[in-house]
Design a binder for this molecule. Sequence first.
Ligand code: NAI
Ligand code: MG
Length: 359
Amino acid sequence: MTTRVHRIAAIPGDGIGPEVVDAALTALDHLSRQTNAFRLEVDRFDWGSKRFQREGTFMPADGVDALRTYDSILFGAVGAPDVPDHLTLWGLRLAICQGLDQYANLRPTRILPGLSSPLAGVGPDDLDWLIVRENSEGEYAGQGGRSHRGQPHEVATETAIFTRTGVERIMRVAFSQAQARPRKRLTVVTKSNAQRYGLVLWDEIAAEVAREFPDVTWDRMLVDAMTVRMTLDPRSLDTIVATNLHADILSDLAAALAGSIGIAPTANLNPERAAPSMFEPIHGSAFDITGKGVANPIGTFWSASMMLGHLGETEAEAQMMRAIEVVTADPESRPRDLGGTASTEQVTERLCRALDEIG
Ligand code: NAI
Ligand code: MG
């Protein structure tokens, strides 16, 4: 059997980023040795807030181009207490997502075995969602500016951009993701009553693209009402597509409803594979627990599993997911945010043992 080789760029970043990325690299290495089916060549980049404070930039000027030569990127988190968050986000994470045109952000959410939702009476069969977030334009397109700083008539604009190309391509991803799931349902989220240009365009394009997917049942929701439906009727939802800002907010709610932000994964995809895709937990750098060894690495394990799937290692993707489920099902191996006492290292050891048991 020949061993397939994949080149991975690891960007651990700030705060608990390095703790959870190290845990995921340990797990991936374990799985690779165990199966011998694939090998990862990992290069580590020390980009982030420390580099910014030292050198004035979060990554080198040719950083995005350097990433193009890799098969995938595994990212931790970026953000430091003494660096403004808008500099951090635009200096690294958004620079990579936009630079590599990773326009489709997939965020699966479900209640893993052994975990419980804060919603009374809601179990694993009642909450199994895939949120598809537009990841290149919308409210985070980066258009806007400030004038007359500090004066009483100071003005700031933040312009949302919706293009036909951008909306069409995310709708196609959303409908095809919905089509691939057993329930074949899609909910298109907007705020097209109040935002009557960009989001009416969004609604119109949804209806156009829907005609290409006659087997997908779809409906529309306004984002405010959507928070109510997610909370009171989670079972009625399956695949969800929303703008950059709306899906950002809804996916944090989704993660909390499924048990904890510490388990939620995300894939920033360039679906055409013209550039590498990036996989990361949805949480941030969590300064409050940095260095304590208690960060939950499961969101990064799940992201690593999605990365394996994207690399074509579907067997390994499923093995990693099954091992995660063994870990969450065992109360002894749950970290603090899931009500347990296991350290990051103990969760990782348990995951590796689970990989052995499964393999
Ligand atoms: P956060 O996600 O870092 O933390 C929110 C809360 O969840 C904290 O109480 C934290 O301890 C907890 N938490 C998060 N991840 C956890 C894990 N793996 N295990 C256990 N507990 C976990 O969000 P916050 O506090 O709003 O932001 C902190 C910094 O992270 C800011 O600088 C922010 O800009 C940045 N950030 C970066 C993101 C990224 O790089 N993708 C995403 C979100 C925030
Ligand atoms: Mg967010």
